[in-house]
Write a new protein. Structure first.
Ligand code: PSU
Ligand code: MN
Length: 306
């Protein structure tokens, strides 16, 4: 009943213990404009291959789960407007109705775990939105991290969110938030957030080990890695904060909510920073892909020791 195609390159990698890194598709269709979105995926896939790993970009095409889009599929998805944004709640319906759609962090985690992929690189995960106490807008990504055993490499929760509430919810849900190589939680476009990270690790090996320990203890769920954006690509927290405030005010004025809020805010911030936010976004995704390859490779090595 479920139609799923695993790219032969991904299948071969899984069979031969070659590291595979899953990638989401909402970042392509809802996170960045064309053609930057297409160039971003191509660059990210190149980085993954340069690390002797295999990329697996995940999406739903005409009701078929795709684990590892081909170059042509990536191109056509990146050009398509008004693609569905599929998260956990939409997944089965999209498959039932033969839809085409991009998968968010939550849906990508589910499909990755189903295909036995353990490492997934993205830009930023969703979280608790500002004013969530009134709107109840909390991303399904957080629940997913609590349930699905995938290590997700992000540049920290997007700074458009309420970062301290996001950390609180992750703690409640039992999700380890591991910042790579610094004490402070990074905030997507910025290396700093003003918040201390719950956990710090300084190597891919430690992150891989802790993934395996959770597995051995049968603790459900995954890990969220917060990998600070490279210094030369960051927009400082002080600089981005007023811009985020403005974007949030506009969203309120235009009464944008639910699934549309994150794409709306990203687009507003893009305009307000004259494209600088996009440049930073692309660089941080590349940086995350690089760390993800190292974690995926360590997972294979460490698993042999158990
Ligand atoms: N990271 C980015 N850009 C994005 C997203 C993440 O750099 O567009 C997407 C992811 O797919 C994430 C989603 O799962 O935004 C969160 O949306 P929401 O806040 O509606 O749950
Ligand atoms: Mn939401």
């Amino acid at each position: 009943m479920i139609k799923r195609q695993i790219n032969p390159e991904v299948e071969n990698a899984l069979r031969n213990n070659i590291p595979v890194v899953a990638l989401e598709s909402t970042i392509i269709t809802h996170g960045m404009p064309y053609p930057e979105n297409l160039n971003m995926v191509n660059d990210v896939e190149k980085i993954i291959r340069a690390n002797n790993a295999v990329p697996a970009t995940i999406a739903i095409l005409n009701g078929v789960i795709k684990i590892g889009l081909t170059k042509n599929e990536v191109k056509s998805l990146s050009e398509t407007k008004d693609v569905l944004k599929i998260s956990r709640s939409d997944l089965a319906a999209a498959l039932t109705c033969g839809k085409t759609g991009a998968t968010t962090v939550s849906a990508t985690m589910i499909l990755a775990a189903n295909a036995n992929l353990k490492v997934f690189a993205t830009g930023g995960v969703g979280g608790v939105h500002l004013d969530a106490e009134k709107t109840f807008d909390i991303s399904a990504d957080l629940q997913e991290l609590a349930q699905t055993p995938v290590t997700v490499i992000s540049a920290g929760p997007k700074a458009i969110l309420d970062l301290s509430k996001t950390l609180e919810v992750l703690e409640t849900l039992g999700v380890p938030v591991i910042t790579y190589d610094q004490d402070e939680l990074p905030a997507f476009w910025s290396r700093s957030s003003g918040l201390k990270s719950p956990i710090r690790m300084n190597s891919a090996q430690e992150i891989a080990r802790s993934h395996l320990i959770r597995e051995a203890l049968e603790i459900p769920g995954g890990q969220l890695v917060a990998n600070p954006i490279p210094r030369n690509a960051e927009i400082s927290f002080q600089e981005i904060l007023p811009i985020i405030k403005k974007a949030n005010l506009e969203a309120k004025k235009e009464m944008v909510s639910d699934k549309n809020l994150t794409p709306f805010l990203l687009d507003k911030i893009y305009n307000l920073t004259k494209g600088e936010s996009l440049k930073a976004n692309i660089e941080l995704v590349k940086n995350n892909a690089d760390l993800a390859c190292k974690i995926a490779s360590c997972l294979i090595e460490e698993a042999k020791k158990i």
